[in-house]
Design a protein around this ligand. Structure first.
Ligand code: OSB
Ligand code: MG
Length: 368
């Protein structure tokens, strides 16, 4: 596949409802949409990075810089034979996984269109109908949280994940259990605690949670291993798993019993699949996390959920849960928490250039 042209578009879309984690609150999503041209086709990708370096060190500005000044020059005008060659070409950049993911997605999309195959088949996905949960942010009050959870349960989402932080944890989980009984429920701390908070985890351990996501510091696999030994509830790692190597280390140390795979965080779909395969062999279930993606990134996540070891509902959700308008048509809509992956070449949804333009703040076109 000869790469003839690459475009970057900074796309900004307001959220219907703010999303708050232990890092803070966001009111809109700003991501980079990649368009890659080759052999008469156009592939689309998405770098669903955050604007501030809280979840990851990457931001919109670092992704723009790394893509424009390093990754695009490494790929443009090259004849890229297969994904292994692609991975070699981007490997000269250390880290910057969200930057790589947007370009890799566009390359996969191009290859799928050229072969006339759906991506989920190219990835050896085995499941055509996938399930979604929903990640519910920190709200202004427990009453607000309960009414949002009720709405998502009514819509049929298969599990509820609530964000926790010190001061918004055990009481909140108790209230949710009291109101909704034994629903599939988990919590995500986004690394807001330390090992000194053991009493919080011991209290949470009594609520039959499916898992506790990323309780401690992103770089601390040994503290997570110590904590896992003390808890019945499985620990799921998100921020700590930056790629295949940290996944191997986490499994060897016993730092978690579940892994949340986000393509942007781990450096793309090829790496995501490698981590999936490693965990499959070790009998560690994985599930697909989310970064409030627009439809393009979301469509890739949908395809990824078809792989056999994605054994819990993902944080995938419908476009309409986040945005009044998405940049693909039709938008991604789960019905009763389920979606059947379309059998079309590519990722099964059509990006809309007019909508990309409508929400675009700036663009870069290579060659200039
Ligand atoms: O920790 O999983 C997380 C969103 C932004 C940053 C980190 C996280 C999240 C989510 C949202 O939980 C998942 C989604 O609905 O896309
Ligand atoms: Mg998380």
């Amino acid at each position: 596949m000869k790469i003839e042209r690459i475009e970057l578009h900074v796309v900004s879309i307001p959220l219907k409802h703010f999303f708050e984690t232990s890092f803070g609150r966001v009111e809109r999503e700003v991501h980079i949409i990649v368009k890659m041209y080759g052999e008469g086709l156009v592939g689309y990708g998405e770098s669903a990075v955050m604007t501030d370096p809280s979840y990851s060190y990457e931001t919109i500005e670092t992704v723009w810089h790394i893509q424009k000044d390093f990754l695009i020059p490494a790929l443009l005008h090259k004849d890229i034979e297969d994904i292994e060659s692609f991975m070699r070409m981007v490997s000269t950049v250390r880290g910057h996984h969200f930057a790589k993911c947007g370009l890799e997605g566009a390359y996969w999309h191009l290859c799928a269109l050229q072969k006339g195959e759906p991506l989920y088949k190219m990835w050896n996905g085995t499941r055509k109908t996938i399930q979604s949960g929903v990640s519910v942010g920190i709200q202004n009050s427990i009453d607000d949280l309960l009414s949002r959870i009720k709405q998502f349960l009514d819509e049929g989402y298969k599990r509820i994940k609530i964000k926790i932080k010190p001061g918004w944890d055990v009481d909140v989980v108790r209230a949710v259990r009291k109101q909704f009984g034994n629903i599939p429920l988990m919590v995500d701390a986004n690394a807001a605690y330390t090992p000194d908070d053991i009493s919080v985890f011991e209290a949470l351990d009594e609520y039959h949670l499916m898992m506790i996501e990323q309780p401690l510091h992103f770089a601390d696999l040994t503290d997570h291993a110590e904590l896992q030994k003390k808890l019945k509830t499985p620990i799921c790692l998100d921020e700590s798993i930056s790629g295949l190597r940290t996944a191997k280390a986490a499994l060897a140390l016993g730092s978690c019993r579940v892994i949340n795979i986000k393509p942007g965080r781990v450096g793309g779909y090829y790496q995501a699949k490698k981590i999936h395969d490693l965990c499959h062999g070790a009998n560690i279930p994985v599930w697909c996390g989310g970064m409030l993606e627009f439809g393009i990134g979301r469509a890739f996540n949908v395809s990824l959920c078809s792989l056999p070891n994605f054994r819990f509902p993902g944080d995938v959700s419908s476009s309409s849960r986040y945005f009044h308008e998405d940049i693909i048509s039709p938008p991604i809509e789960f019905s009763h928490g389920e979606l059947t992956i379309p059998d079309e070449p590519g990722f099964g949804f059509q990006p809309d250039d007019n909508l990309i333009k409508k929400y675009s703040q700036r663009s870069y076109i290579a060659p200039e």
